[in-house]
Ligand binder design. Structure first.
Ligand code: SAH
Length: 519
């Protein structure tokens, strides 16, 4: 814990005012992320990305202080009191603020209160939405041919107020770009005031809502028309308004909204631990991954057969791994038994799928056989009858799985010994209610299934719901023919199927699907 001496000589904690970026969780600084990870207390509001909040350590206290329009969860003064109180308990506090803490975020006031209370603080600047939201909409706020200055303005003030601190005649005379934050409600008055004071009504103007997130909406118009256009397009807060000729550059420089999965909400049904990479890819392609783990990988009911197999590993001719989980669980057990990699001396090693093979290679094992087709049949096709007859095969895999491989081997005179190294079960804690809510509101575009068990568990978890209605309009994407077959058996349609039966193959299929013109 980072403790220092406060004003009165008492031990005090410290408050970090950390800029969280405007929405894309990747835009927090490295320093900011480190502070979040080491905080005892994390105080955040509604603009903070859930993914960043999720980086807090398990022992950290998470305090949501809200603030969405008029619905304040805690008043500003209460937030400041809370920060002071927690600091006086000697804690390290991170006050996460959207964008940059000192750009219209009341960060300055919070810091003043902390100083007055003798509580040490530090500022970790962030990427402000005033720059990032336009950038994601294809607008550079400065440009040598367009604007050599940029002004950030609060649009929250009522310009008709006698006490307004916004100087409209000055702003209207400003040659550079104007960026208004908190200006959606006052859009008509902002537009009128600027035009009245001399700005051209046909000056390009843009609004960017939820900038840098998969929910981003941008509107390109002119200063005169933008209030009406915003109403037509239903643009509400949070949004930034950009006024100036740079706003027209989006036609040339737009990039984010053109990403293949932009704005698509994609449900990921595989286990939580295996979902991370998939979620990263979806985000990278502009989509919004929603994690709905339908399976959890746990130990088999009985390790006896696995332990025996490990003990006698060198008596086999082949060990065939059918999945990454199979590899990971088999070796975890091998190491738990205090055995080492040399106990696998002798047998050849086969893998179904390139990712399974890679996992083996990382362990320093050479893969002798990689099936061309990434399903059990691929192994059978790759081996000649001579290579199977009279040979002993060890298959470490899930407790329940297809019998195609062992049966196929036996049918051709081989000896197949299946040992279960893990079981897939339904997760104990789930967010079913939330998912049903999203599906009911048609807020899901596609659902990915990476194995037959994700399909059957998904169906079990939504038992009692009207699946036909919930899934109407939702695209179901499958990793390969076996999973597709299970979907069809469960009465569910397959809209997208991977050409290569791997997770990257599934993601490529999604990308391809959404790159085609949608009807
Ligand atoms: N400190 C923040 C601004 C806080 S004021 C920053 O530096 O970005 C809140 C206003 O910021 C909102 O009303 C909106 O105008 C703007 N804003 C914040 N996040 C935004 C986003 N993702 N897209 C567009 N505008 C955003």
């Amino acid at each position: 814990m980072d403790t220092r001496y406060g004003k009165e000589g008492t031990t005090s904690g410290i408050v970090y005012l950390v800029g969280a970026g405007p929405g894309d969780p990747g835009l927090i600084t490295v320093k900011g992320l480190r502070k979040v990870q080491s905080a005892d207390v994390l105080v955040y509001d509604y603009l903070a990305a859930g993914e960043i909040v999720g980086q807090a350590s398990n022992h950290a206290e998470l305090i949501y202080v809200g603030k969405k329009g008029a619905r304040h969860t805690l008043e500003q003064a209460q937030i400041n009191t809370l920060l002071i109180q927690k600091a006086r308990e000697g804690k390290t506090i991170v006050r996460l603020k959207g964008g940059d803490p000192y750009v219209f975020g009341r960060g300055g006031e919070e810091a003043q209160d902390l100083r007055a209370a003798g509580v040490p603080f530090e500022i970790v600047p962030g990427v402000t939405s005033a720059v990032a939201a336009p950038a994601y909409a294809g607008i550079p706020v400065t440009h040598r041919d367009h604007a050599s200055m940029v002004t950030f303005v609060t649009g929250h003030e009522d310009p008709t107020k006698a006490t307004s601190s916004v100087d409209w005649s000055y702003l209207a005379a400003c040659p550079g770009t104007l960026v208004f934050l908190m200006g959606v409600k006052n859009l008509p008055t902002i537009s009128n005031s600027l035009i009245q004071h001399g700005k051209a009504p046909d000056l390009p103007a843009a609004l960017v809502r939820w900038g840098t997130t998969p929910r981003q909406v941008s509107l390109f118009s002119t200063l005169g028309d933008i209030p009406m256009d915003a109403v037509k397009k239903g643009i509400k807060a949070p949004a930034v308004l950009v006024v100036g000729s740079v706003a027209a550059l989006h036609t040339e420089l737009g990039w984010f909204e053109q990403k293949p999965l932009f704005g698509k909400r994609i449900l990921v049904t595989r286990g939580r631990e295996q979902s991370r990479k998939m979620a990263e890819f979806i985000t990278e392609q502009g989509g919004d991954p929603i994690l709905f783990p339908t399976i959890e990988i746990v130990a088999p009911n009985d390790f006896g057969p696995v332990d025996e197999a490990i003990k006698h590993a060198s008596t086999y001719d082949w060990i065939i791994f059918t999945s990454v989980n199979g590899v990971e669980r088999f070796f975890a057990r091998l190491f738990e038994l205090n055995a080492d990699i040399r106990s696998l001396w002798g047998p050849k090693i086969g893998a179904i799928g390139p990712i399974t093979a890679q996992t083996l290679t990382k362990l320093g094992l050479k893969v002798d056989l990689l099936a061309k087709q990434f399903i059990a049949e691929g192994v059978l096709d790759a081996l000649s009858d001579d290579a199977i007859r009279g040979k002993r095969f060890l298959i470490p895999r899930a407790e329940t799985a297809r019998e195609a491989l062992p049966e196929g081997l036996k049918a051709r005179g081989g000896e197949a010994h299946v040992v279960s190294v893990y079981r897939t079960v339904a997760p104990e804690r789930t967010n079913v209610a939330h998912i049903v809510d999203l599906l009911t509101h048609k807020a899901v575009d596609a659902i990915t299934f990476t194995s037959s068990s994700t399909v059957t568990h998904f169906k079990d978890m939504l038992k009692g719901e009207n699946l036909g209605k919930l899934l109407d309009g939702v695209r179901l994407a499958s990793i390969g023919p076996i999973t597709s077959e299970t979907l069809r058996k469960q009465g569910l349609p397959v809209d997208i199927e991977a050409e290569e039966y791997t997770v990257p193959g599934l993601l490529a299929a999604l990308r391809k699907f959404y790159s085609q013109p949608q009807c």
